[in-house]
Design a binder for this molecule. Structure first.
Ligand code: ATP
Length: 236
């Protein structure tokens, strides 16, 4: 039996100062290894949901469990360690360290997680070789690998952020609009790599995008409207 990698139960989340819940989701389960295309109108709570999945935000009520572990049951430090081991996250704003080189930004994920460092080294021979391999796969020319991330274009930074999320094969990969700055050719190559790497590693992928053309490539589509619909039906 395949257990769900991600489980949400009776979740309510309100941003501070908000009179209403931003998200109210009675139940959501995502199977191990599944790829999910999360969509919905601007402001409907997609990024908020990703923050909750990654344990960056905690629900007001209810639970988010990853690999059977509830984020709310962990201290802040344990949450950080658990996230570093199990979650690769491509943020909407990339969150690269501007003064670190491209290569070091990718390796950062392994610096915070011995588990991911070990897996990257097993796969490629060393963690550095793993980072170089991924940078090659996302199409970043070698000449840019030693450049500070601040000197890269937005599309290049987006690809570095993806390599950082994928290194060490985390069980869960979360990506918030990771193709927004890529042209059609780069976007297709990027999607091949992201989906291919997740499939190879058996990682569960949750991917937010406004680009409906990409949806067909995923196992499952989930809309924020549909999640809120669950709440209304349950309360009816
Ligand atoms: N840091 C924050 N503080 C307070 N409110 C926030 C914050 N971030 C988001 N919100 C609010 O939460 C709601 C959902 O925002 P969110 O960014 O999750 O939507 P989204 O679906 O990802 O939007 P988009 O497609 O435009 O990125 C919005 O009403 C937004 O104003």
């Amino acid at each position: 039996m395949t257990a769900a990698t991600i489980e949400l139960e009776a979740l309510r989340y309100a941003w501070p100062g908000s009179a209403e819940d931003t998200l109210a989701i009675d139940a959501l389960a995502i199977d191990a290894g599944a790829s999910v295309f999360l969509h919905g109108p601007s402001g409907s709570g997609k990024s908020t949901l990703l923050g909750l999945l990654a344990g960056v935000l905690l629900p007001r009520v209810g639970e988010v469990r990853l690999l059977g572990q509830s984020w709310s049951a962990l201290s802040g430090a344990r949450r950080d360690a658990f996230r570093a081991d199990h979650v690769g996250y491509v943020f909407q704003q990339f969150n690269l360290l501007p003064y670190l080189s491209t290569l070091d930004n990718v390796l950062l994920a392994c610096r915070f997680s011995a588990q991911r460092a070990h897996r990257a080294a097993q796969l490629a021979g060393s963690t550095s070789a793993g980072a170089e391999q991924l940078l090659g796969q996302v199409g970043l020319p070698r000449a840019l690998w030693s450049r500070p991330a601040a000197q890269l274009s937005v599309g290049q930074q987006q690809r570095v952020a993806a390599a950082r999320a994928l290194i060490g094969s985390p069980e869960i990969v979360i990506a918030d609009e990771p193709t927004s700055a890529l042209d059609a050719d780069l976007r297709d190559g990027f999607m091949d790599l992201l989906l291919g790497e997740c499939r190879r590693a058996g990682s569960t992928l949750v991917f937010v995008s406004h680009d409906e053309r990409l949806a067909a490539r995923f196992d499952r589509r989930v809309s924020t409207a549909q999640l809120h619909g669950v709440r209304k039906e349950a309360g009816a």
